[in-house]
Design a protein around this ligand. Structure first.
Ligand code: NAD
Length: 354
């Protein structure tokens, strides 16, 4: 069977890193005889320029017909002053909604050779290996009304969730914990928010279905503090959309660079979308120095979650670990003893290691 993969390069370094991931997948095809069929579509700023919309219908259609989608990144200063329906991020929110990608999985693992690149002390981050499971289609970013009133002098945003939306993400987190160290931390603000009170009730109800998983509840403010003072205490963290957005970027400092963090966004039974945690990095776009590892590790997650190719996914992850441990590094990762390489060179090293 040929895996149908849609590439959405997007803007800035998105295109640079997505073709790095494609090279790595072609190395997997060669080694394991697993063919993939690639096609590319516009999203974000480039789609606004070419189609006058951040999410053309043909992009949505192609993604719905694919087995999996790889996305680079969207956005950049060129479109920053556009009206809200012509902003690149609209493309991203739109494709998540169109594919009903309700679960965002972000693994965060410190690489031994990169511990020094984190602003945190090595002894604090050593051994950290956690997974953040974030709800992606509900909460404040989608609730209505979201508007200004009183002549623009007052605002309202709405945090809305249904029980079903909470249950499916909490189930996904329990299942993820079962595959890891069986420890789930649910993050909420149940001392203040009604939505968090229902969230906490559902987590408590679900415990009976997953007797092997231990559960604790942490308020989001305390979780933000614990994540950088004692990250090794966490295995799987589950939380709603906005809290997850903030905590997952905070967790990125554990690895030393956004350039190392992959993510998977999953639908209930449909197509999965895989993208690096970083944005389009306009400050380095076009220079050929972007770190492709987050994108390449996202492709590995794709093999695991969308194609059930665990051995092949592991081969990519092992190759990345090998090259990082051989002290090769890109400009975003400080390493005084290592060898500085650009995007193409880093990709080739990983391809060769596979
Ligand atoms: N998922 C997405 O598409 C996404 C996510 C976040 C931000 N954005 C958009 O990206 C644009 C820039 O946003 P930002 O600057 O806040 O975040 P960013 O992640 O693009 O960049 C933050 C910093 O990290 C560096 N960086 C990020 N990825 C890197 C990589 N792979 N290799 C080397 N260095 C890397 C950048 O050079 C920059 O200094 C904005 O338009 C924003 O809206 C898009």
């Amino acid at each position: 069977m040929t895996g149908k993969i849609v590439l959405l390069p997007g803007d800035g370094i998105g295109a640079e890193v997505i073709y790095a991931a494609k090279d790595v997948l072609e190395a997997i095809t060669k080694k394991y005889n697993k063919p993939f069929e690639f096609s590319s579509y516009d999203i974000g700023g480039v789609a606004i320029d070419n189609h006058n919309t951040p999410l053309p219908d043909e992009t949505v259609k192609a993604c719905k017909n694919a087995d999996a989608v790889l996305l680079g990144a969207v956005g950049g200063p060129k479109w920053d002053n556009n009206p809200s329906d012509l902003r690149p991020e609209r493309g991203l929110l739109g494709i998540r909604k169109a594919l009903d990608l309700y679960a965002n999985l972000r693994p965060v693992k410190g690489f031994k050779k990169l511990l020094h690149a984190s602003p945190l002390k090595e002894e604090i981050i050593q051994g950290s290996d956690l997974l953040i499971v974030r709800e992606l289609t509900g909460g404040l970013y989608f609730g209505q009304p979201s508007e200004r009133f009183d002549n623009g002098n007052a605002v309202v945003d709405t945090l809305a969730y249904t029980r079903k939306e909470m249950e499916r993400i909490i189930d996904k987190a329990f299942q993820s914990a079962e595959l890891r160290n069986k420890q789930l931390t649910s993050v909420d603000k149940a001392n203040v928010l009604e939505s968090s009170k229902l969230w906490r009730e559902i987590v408590e109800e679900k415990k009976a279905d997953y007797p092997n998983v231990t559960v604790d509840h942490v308020l989001v403010d305390a979780a933000a503090m614990k994540l950088i003072t004692n990250p090794t205490q966490f295995d799987v963290i589950v939380t709603e959309n906005m809290f997850g957005d903030i905590l997952s970027d905070e967790a990125s400092v554990l690895t030393g660079s956004l350039g190392m963090l992959p993510s998977a966004s999953l639908a209930e039974d449909g197509v999965g979308l895989y993208e690096p945690a970083h944005g389009s990095a306009p400050d380095i776009a076009g220079k050929g120095i972007a770190n492709p590892i987050a994108m390449i590790l996202s492709a590995a997650m794709m093999l695991r979650y969308s194609f059930n190719m665990n051995e092949e996914a592991q081969a990519i992850e092992d190759a990345v670990e090998k090259i990082v441990n051989q002290n090769y590094y890109t400009a975003d990762l400080k390493n005084d003893n290592g060898e500085l390489v650009n995007t193409t060179e880093m990709t080739q090293l990983i391809v060769d290691a596979i």
